[in-house]
Design a protein around this ligand. Structure first.
Ligand SMILES: Cc1cc2nc3c(=O)[nH]c(=O)nc-3n(C[C@H](O)[C@H](O)[C@H](O)COP(=O)(O)OP(=O)(O)OC[C@H]3O[C@@H](n4cnc5c(N)ncnc54)[C@H](O)[C@@H]3O)c2cc1C
Length: 413
């Protein structure tokens, strides 16, 4: 049960995170083994950090000090898929792409689609409430979780939520666990809601001659009464002067609109569809090649504030002598704000830039994280968004679930 190398457990995919090594690593295959680890940790006064695939971008699975890691990647069985009930039951180490493939074979659809879906795990998705391009129409992971089996901080195994698609008995603790970043409970089994697989899919890449026109088109599409599956934005800095939207419809009654685009390319087959998405999928990697350092933040602003945000981000870049760019899930107002620079910046300087970026976001009634979570990376900035009493309320909730503070201590707050 104990893994030999501790290196890979000391970090996730967050740039610049300080590595922390765990005291030991467990790779359980059953809920009972997870329970045993919790008892062992309690007896030995150790903390526990849960880990899925380590693709997180907020340092959430970086071990807390004096911590055991539970690596859930070997709890990776799809336990049941029920077409009649439109639900599936899985272990937390299942990779979402595998679940999607398995349910698609039965003409079903599991919508949450973080761009990391080929590597990350369902447990990690729940703990971060992950989302992707289709969140505009289909929502985030939380919208698909009906029930959870969890191991609590005292070692008790508990079922939360329901096994049916409807049900309102008691508080919605499933939603509380979604986005709790491994600080409240260890997820050992997941019941998700499925949908019938949509029959049509139309994908188009629309190019515009300004960021303004591209972002105006986002609001126009929605104002016309269309709800695309995705509305992904890539600004002029990302697209060599030609900002673009990827618009994807999967409803039978939807149609593509021109919407002021100077060029539109509609995919005629799956190969062309993949080629269009390649622009978006590789965006982060392409931007990395433009400068020695890249910081990427997943802020959200109300849709009608995106243009203001994009302008102010440019100004922020000029002020600090760094390049900026933005792309992302424009349909949700969730923009991946990019800061690119070659010089090694002092940590205080990076902190100053981030503080200004997040303050701008909050001034526009936005939030500092749309999908990656707070973890360690955004912990110093949460107080910019949330009041002291709101943070105290959340700490009190943590105290009830985990009175000895053994589950991922030091994360979020
Ligand atoms: C290339 C790339 C693209 C990405 N694109 C997206 C995107 O489009 N949308 C998006 O939302 N995110 C994205 N991410 C971020 C990341 O993939 C998600 O946050 C994902 O949900 C993390 O899953 P994981 O299994 O890797 O979790 P980890 O990184 O291992 O852990 C994340 C958090 O979950 C907790 N956790 C893990 N398993 C459990 C469990 N069983 N019980 C309790 N807590 C648990 C950990 O303690 C930690 O706090 C991307 C990352 C990369 C590298």
């Amino acid at each position: 049960m104990i893994s030999s190398s501790l290196d890979k457990y000391s970090h996730d995919e967050t740039p610049g995170i300080t590595p922390v090594f765990p005291v030991g690593v467990f790779e359980p295959k059953t809920t009972q083994e997870v329970q045993e680890v919790v008892h062992y940790a309690l007896q030995n006064k150790l903390a526990i950090t849960a880990r899925g695939a380590g693709t997180g971008k907020a340092g959430g699975c970086v071990p807390s000090p004096n911590s055991l890691v539970i690596d859930f990647s070997k709890m990776n069985q799809i336990l049941d898929i029920s077409p009649e009930n439109l639900i599936a039951k899985v272990q937390p180490g299942v990779v979402p792409a595998d679940l999607r493939q398995a349910v698609e074979a039965k003409n079903l659809f599991y919508p949450p689609d973080p761009n990391s879906l080929a590597w990350c795990t369902l447990g990690g998705n729940i703990a971060t409430n992950a989302a992707g391009p289709s969140a505009l129409k289909y929502g985030s992971t939380r919208d698909y979780v009906l029930g959870l089996e969890v191991v609590l901080a005292n070692g008790e195994i508990m079922r939360l939520g329901k096994q049916t698609v409807k049900g309102v008995a008691g508080y919605d603790l499933v939603s509380l666990i979604c986005g709790s970043e491994g600080t409240l409970a260890l997820v050992t089994e997941i019941t998700v809601k499925l949908l019938p697989k949509p029959r049509n899919l139309q994908t188009a890449l629309l190019s515009f001659d300004s960021n303004e026109k591209a972002l105006e088109a986002v609001n126009q599409i929605l104002a016309l009464g269309y709800l695309p599956k995705t509305l992904e934005y890539m600004d002029a800095a990302c697209m060599q002067g030609k900002p673009a939207l990827i618009v994807e419809y999967d409803g039978p009654d939807d149609q593509m609109q021109e919407l002021g685009a100077v060029n539109s390319q509609v995919a005629q087959d799956e190969k062309q569809r993949r080629a269009i998405w390649e622009h978006r999928r590789m965006m982060s990697e392409r931007l990395k090649k433009r400068a020695k350092h890249k910081i990427s933040e997943d802020i959200v602003v109300p849709r009608n504030q995106m243009l203001v945000f994009v302008h102010e981000l440019e100004k922020l870049g000029v002020k600090h002598g760094v390049q900026t760019a933005s792309f992302g899930h424009a349909g949700d107002g969730n923009l991946h704000a990019q800061i690119l620079f070659d010089e090694d910046l002092e940590p205080q300087k990076t902190d100053e830039i981030l503080r200004e970026l997040f303050s701008l976001t909050i001034k526009l009634s936005g939030t500092i994280s749309g999908e990656h979570g707070i973890g360690l990376a955004k912990k110093p900035y949460l107080h910019l968004e949330q009041s002291e009493s709101l943070m105290a309320l959340q700490k009190a909730i943590k105290q009830v679930w985990d009175p000895k503070n053994i589950l991922n201590p030091g994360k979020i707050f």
